[in-house]
Ligand binder design. Sequence first.
Ligand code: ARG
Length: 465
Amino acid sequence: MTDILRRGRLGATDDEVDAFLSSFGSDRRIFGADIDVGRAHVVALAECGIVSREDAAAILGALDEVEDEGFDALDDTHEDVHPAIEASVVEKVGEEVGGRLHTARSRNDEVATCVRIALRDELLGATRDFLALRSALVERGEETDDWLFSGYTHLQRAQPTTVGHHLLSYDAALERDFGRLLDAYDRLNECPLGSAAFAGTSFDIDRERTADLLGFDRPTRNSMDGVASRDFAVEAVSAALNAATTVSRLCEDLVLWSSHEFGIVEFDDAYASTSSIMPQKKNPDTAELARGKTGTVYGALTAIVTNLKGLPAAYNRDLQEATGHVWDAFDAARKSARVLAGALETAEFDREAARRTVEGGFVGATELADTLVRETGIAFRTAHHVVASVAKETDEPAVDDVREAFAEVTGEKLELDDETIERGLEPRGCVTSHDSYGAPGDDGVVDEARDRLKTDMDTLNSLEE
Ligand code: ARG
């Protein structure tokens, strides 16, 4: 084995520089992909008459062996996984045969293809993880669909809703995240193999064939773009980032809800920790870490786009540094989704504690104003003045407080029976009357969430096939 294949180096080398140049550590992620790329490439070379069928068969056999021996059996003094695999093939079948594997390709199209293949798996895996989280949300959302709860804006009690409606709001957001992950998959699924260094090749190769063998929809259309672009990684990580942001917001709610002040949720012991000094504490650490790991995803995207922004066409070694951030982003986002799904499935929700949030705080204020508009015909702004004047006096108003404020603001007597006024004040009535499409009182919210989850699961299943 020549030193050129070993390290791509020109002369004397230095250990620290070798380590600096090496991507061997993170190349574990593309080991399987690189074996597959080798297989597809050599099959197509044989079909195109560029390599004999016997040589191709021997190389395929050697690739099988390399795969069986695994990543850890490779010689890690190579600069990256690509020459390490080639060297191992050459070792097994000799340079006269194995040395033909790298005909009509370059590490540049090789690595771009490998990253797309591995990232494709990450994208599908991520959609599966986020679907598991949605499934937990729908499950717990259905269970708590009629549990009274205050909704908050500015973290102030705002209007009555239900715990279920609140949980299902995250499912609705994650449905869009699912769509974004699949959109990224769509554009990513083109094959750069055959772009070679950037200028293609004079060998009569069949790029359609290798694209097809590797499960891509089509070859990338420009050989320079094929090796130079990583926008597919930006797009995939952005989709993961959006999903992670949704998860992080959910985590924030769960952390608040597990405080003594809310007391609405208690994580199962497996998903919580205690304090090294305050033994009474049960901390929602899994939700906090999922929230924290979202920062890792943001950092990864920032690192990737910063890496890319100043690169001239075509391949530049900087790209190697971008790849690791892609895996970091997906690791963080996917782990968070999986752990949080488990935390939600096993958490205990407290119906009584949720209901307490609609006591006091006058959360029926908006509905009372709406009732006055509907029943008396006054303008909403006037009704707002009436209810504001009630709210100034008390946060648990009685019917007479409303009558008084009405007379004071409008100069007229409120011609409305007690029962109707009470309905406007009472949280349950507020929720059931809010039955516009998608609102907490809409009976169809849970069913629609279930249907949409099922549709997305079917989509993913057929894509994976
Ligand atoms: N390890 C490299 C990467 O991740 C592989 C491509 C190397 N190509 C080159 N011309 N040095 O990008």
